[in-house]
Design a binder for this molecule. Structure first.
Ligand code: NDP
Length: 402
């Protein structure tokens, strides 16, 4: 029985809060705070409708540390769940430190003026969190999050040693729009247009964004082009599982998406440095976000499935080389029917709820700052199957040929 304070009221937050309300024996009281109060109220109304649970709502700018501290002191939660944007990670962690409350998020900190996805800013809080006797759990979404736990589960139960790991994120959903992103457009486009980096033989190998492409046949979706990208779990997995010689991350994009992105980039609309417009500074990517569809609005029209998982090759527990594929397939329409949100929000919000539940029940505990793969994967994997994200493991005939 624990109180939780959720920050942010987008698609991911909406799913997590619905799932928390459905598990009232763990989440005894939910408070929801975000920049726009009406979005919190809309989630609260849907939760009341679907689960009969009342949640409190508040308006907050999470970058204002004193205001965050006041809110945490007023609510006295056992855990602050940050489902706002990566820019707010550090101020919310500062407020947690000041109030002595545990912290969880789904995406690593990024400075606004630089599209850099690195854990060092948050890992730097390790000693302070340890000394304060509180815990931070970083990256409790799908990727990072479930993909990190998939990897530690494979290591715990199937491999003596993992040599190579390919994380493959396929969204086979169609929302019927010419161009839209499935989570926050600003964060999404910053990530996709950054150079691709993979971990190989003890070093980073960098290639220009979206230049390495591979076709792959995803179960229940079909053949899709996936592109090599950098993703933050590569950094934490290579740190906590240093035996893995090569870690790559792939994400699928349709030709239409790539065509629109190319044009937007070519004309400067994805820039994150300010430009002058009618005597006022604006950031082109933030302006673009304002004219693109809200990811939370895509749920109603999105059809199809996501298929996200990991392919690992290494030495099995029996001493023989093997390649295993572990993945989850999630249906956009089923996710929408259950929570009013599409599958990308669903596959992130459910693991955010599960990470929170494991912290609140003390199944995952510790003082300091942790990534997902540092804990016992078993209780997390059990809850994934129980709460809407079933997974399967299949042995492949051999390693990937690319
Ligand atoms: P949205 O843009 O839909 O929602 C973000 C919410 O944060 C909005 O309600 C926004 O308020 C609020 N917010 C923004 N700035 C502030 C602030 N200063 N103070 C308080 N609230 C603020 O994003 P998503 O729901 O799609 O994504 C949420 C998070 O999940 C992001 O960090 C994203 O990177 C992460 N994510 C992680 C994934 C994973 O697998 N690990 C996958 C997908 C997303 P307003 O409504 O006023 O704009």
């Amino acid at each position: 029985m624990s109180k939780v304070l959720v920050i942010g009221a987008g698609g991911v937050s909406s799913v997590a809060v619905h799932k928390m309300a459905a598990n009232a024996s763990i989440f005894s009281h939910i408070s929801l705070a975000s920049r726009t109060l009406s979005k919190c109220d809309a989630i609260a109304a849907s939760v009341k409708d679907r689960h009969g649970v009342d949640i409190d709502t508040f308006e907050i700018d999470a970058e204002e540390i004193p205001a965050m501290v006041r809110l945490i002191k007023q609510i006295e939660p056992a855990l602050v769940v940050n489902l706002a944007l990566p820019y707010q990670d550090l101020p919310i962690m500062d407020a947690c430190l000041e109030t002595g409350v545990d912290y969880l998020d789904t995406a690593n900190y990024e400075p606004k003026d630089e599209a850099k996805f690195e854990y060092h800013w948050q890992w730097a809080y390790q000693d302070q969190f340890k000394d304060a006797g509180i815990m931070a759990l970083l990256g409790s979404g799908f990727d990072p999050g479930v993909t990190s736990v998939f990897t530690s589960y494979l290591k715990k139960h199937h491999f003596e040693r993992i040599d190579t790991l390919d994380i493959m994120d396929c969204n086979g959903g169609d929302h019927g729009q010419a161009f839209a992103t499935n989570f926050n457009p600003e964060i999404n486009i910053r990530e996709i247009t950054a150079p691709a980096r993979r971990w190989e033989n003890g070093d980073w190998v960098e290639t220009p964004a979206l230049t390495i492409k591979q076709e792959f046949d995803f179960a229940e979706v079909g053949k899709r082009n996936m592109y090599l990208m950098y993703h933050e779990e590569i950094e934490s997995l290579k740190t906590h599982l240093p035996e893995i010689r090569r870690i790559r991350f792939w994400m699928t994009f349709g030709d239409e998406y790539i065509k629109h992105l190319d044009v937007l980039q070519a004309v400067g609309m994805t820039r994150i440095d300010p430009v002058m417009y009618e005597g006022k500074e604006i950031v082109p990517l933030q302006f673009l976000k304002a004219v693109l569809p809200e990811p939370a609005s895509l749920g109603e029209t999105t059809k199809g499935k996501t298929n996200i998982g990991c392919i690992a090759t290494g030495v099995g527990k029996d001493g023989k080389e093997k390649t295993l594929y572990i993945n989850n397939i999630c249906d956009h329409e089923a996710a929408y029917a259950e929570t009013g949100n599409q599958a990308v929000s669903y596959t992130t919000g459910v693991p955010a709820m599960i990470g929170s539940a494991l912290m609140l029940t003390g199944k995952w505990k510790g003082d300091g700052v942790f990534n997902m793969e540092q804990f016992d994967p078993d209780p997390f994997m059990k809850m994934l199957s129980e709460h809407g994200l079933p997974w399967q493991i299949k042995e492949l005939e051999g390693p990937l040929e690319f």
